[in-house]
Design a protein around this ligand. Structure first.
Ligand code: HEM
Length: 542
């Protein structure tokens, strides 16, 4: 038989099969309008390969299309994405649809899709598990988010600010320039979560963050790291920048003598040993008192996240609702990342917006000075509950640049939701598909937020905390919300009291050009979404 003559037939057969499969996928979503790309935006290859609006929209397509084509020019509350390769998903730009589904998250048995969590890399955690397991994790972790924990944040922000001023010789400076304000914020928030959450002393001096991105390390620096290991922030930063390759690449790759790969492998090993050491130290602290007697861990400090996690693990043999060692480690990773990259991103956005909108910054500054003037001289820290307008600034920055830019759920049953656009109707979402709550499009949807691209903190006036969706909605909303807000408000009040935040322009760049450049350049920064590059200048107020 002439095999070559069969070739066109085989090609035709494969093409027909693909076309049939594709048609079935379209039928599955009832031909709901939307994107029809080659690759799924959230597949590892979709994220790694160069983006193209039609072939490979990429994980942040909704950011690129925010002012134009997204959701057929915001005329549809829900769209479908049916890629030629990869799974079918729905995306929504409607806050109302998000509330309908997420408020009933647990009861409706929607689940966090395994592939969209970091469980494969870090182990099971509160943020990744579902159902009964989620309840068990939440029962252990929730009580650690106590008033005592929040009270410790103010003192820690003050300590870190002091040591930062001293170590950098900034005490007598009239101006400080940050070419990259992300490095500064990440370091600040890492110090806070390390100390308040895990009791790890990460004072400004104890953890030196490299000012350069990892990719720019020269040979000598790389050698130094190889001999001495990475510092905690360095290891965290490289790990957060290499999550996708880490998912795709097999473990043996890190033994290949390529400097980049080896650095990557070492940073992951170093982070895991930081976490192991913290857990083991805590274990000893819990069990052995100063005179060497063993103690009941339940009598020790319960206010620290790490203590609660480890205590739960050490009691796991005797108590039903506890975590395994693997789960303790998974939660440590999750809380470390979720606890600092999200807040750092939010702070970078609010600082950038306040630098651009000087009038709004002055309003926040006045609010802070009035609160401070009314407080008794004994109270060391500002009462952040009174910082209403400054909190609106934070919310408004998060609305424009939500640190968590989409929330994925897998539908474990068919689900009917009410939509308003293009017409008021019930839409059935199919069991087995994913729905993405697209926070960028939800919070820039002109039907819910008029003049969506403008920075208008006052728009939050009169809106209840639980109506503010940037921390999620329903039972699985952010457990660290208050932690993040208290921390951000303390950092804002500390900096704004002494410094005026201003933009740092390039040669020949005016304020308008800076605004255009900085505010339109957003994307994934580590595990959080946010502005990518924000140069700022702090000018001393007095
Ligand atoms: C500005 C800062 C933050 C933002 C914008 C933010 C946003 C969010 C959002 C939107 C969710 C819901 C995810 C979903 O429904 O799929 C979430 C969940 C979560 N966040 Fe945050 N977060 C922030 C800070 C923090 C902090 C400081 C911590 C810990 C110290 C934290 C720990 C978590 C955890 C563990 C979950 C999973 C909760 C669960 O599934 O029960 N977050 N966060």
């Amino acid at each position: 038989m002439d095999y070559f003559s069969l070739f066109p037939l085989v090609c035709a057969l494969i093409t027909s099969l693909i076309a049939y499969q594709y048609w079935r996928s379209l039928q599955f979503v009832h031909f709901m309008p939307g994107l029809r790309p080659l690759l799924s935006p959230l597949s590892p290859f979709g994220m790694l390969l160069p983006n193209h609006s039609l072939l490979n929209p990429g994980s942040t397509w909704h950011w690129s299309a925010r002012n134009s084509s997204a959701y057929l020019n915001k005329t549809h509350d829900i769209i479908s994405i049916v890629p030629l390769m990869g799974s079918v998903s729905y995306y929504t730009c409607s806050f109302d649809v998000m509330k309908q589904i997420l408020s009933a998250d647990i009861r409706l048995h929607t689940e966090k899709p395994y592939d969209m969590t970091l469980e494969r890399l870090f182990g099971p955690s509160l943020a990744s598990v579902n159902g009964e397991s989620w309840r068990r994790h939440r029962r252990v972790v929730q009580p650690a988010f106590s008033n005592k924990l929040y009270e410790s944040i103010g003192n820690e922000v003050a300590n870190i600010y002091q040591s930062m001023m001293e170590s950098k010789d900034w005490r007598d400076c009239k101006q400080i320039e940050f070419l990259e304000s992300h490095d500064f914020m990440l370091k600040f928030t890492l110090c806070i979560i390390s100390k308040c959450g895990f009791g790890i002393d990460a004072s400004w001096n104890a953890i030196s963050s490299s000012e350069k991105p990892e990719t720019h390390l020269n040979h000598v620096e790389a050698q130094h790291y190889r001999q001495n290991g990475f510092t905690l922030p360095e290891a965290l930063r490289i790990v957060s920048q290499t999550l996708i390759p880490r998912i795709i690449l097999p473990n043996w790759v890190y033994a290949v003598p390529i400097e980049r790969l080896q650095r990557m492998g070492e940073s992951w090993n170093d982070l895991s040993s930081y976490i192991g050491t913290a857990i083991n130290d805590k274990d000893l602290v819990n069990y052995v008192s100063k005179d060497g007697d063993t103690q009941d861990p339940r009598e020790c400090n319960k206010d620290n996240l790490l203590t609660r996690l480890v205590t739960s693990w050490t009691l796991s043999k005797s108590e039903k609702h506890s975590l395994s060692e693997n789960e303790v480690i998974g939660n440590m990773y999750t809380l470390m990342f979720a606890g600092h990259e999200t807040t750092a991103s939010a702070l970078v956005s609010v600082f950038a917006l306040l630098a651009i909108h000087q009038d709004i910054q002055e309003k926040a500054f006045n609010e802070i000075t009035v609160i401070q003037a009314a407080q008794s001289s004994e109270s060391k820290n500002i009462d952040v509950n009174k910082m209403t307008f400054t909190k609106f600034c934070l919310w408004e920055a998060l609305r424009l640049y939500p640190s968590a830019n989409f929330l994925p759920r897998e539908l474990t049953q068919d689900m009917a939701v009410d939509v308003q656009m293009p017409d008021a109707q019930k839409v059935i979402l199919q069991k087995g598909s994913w729905i993405m709550f697209d926070l960028i499009s939800i919070f820039r949807n002109p039907h819910t937020f008029p003049q969506p691209n403008d920075f208008e903190p006052e728009r939050w006036n009169g809106i209840a905390e639980h109506e503010v969706g940037m921390f999620g909605v329903g039972p699985r909303a952010c457990i660290g919300r208050k932690f993040a807000q208290v921390e951000a408000l303390h950092i804002l009040s500390t900096i704004l009291t002494s410094w005026k935040i201003d933009i740092l322009t390039r040669p020949n760049e005016n304020r308008e050009m800076y605004k255009e450049r900085v505010l339109n350049d957003a994307g994934q920064v580590g595990t959080a979404f946010g502005l990518r590059s924000v140069p700022l200048r702090l000018i001393r107020r007095f």
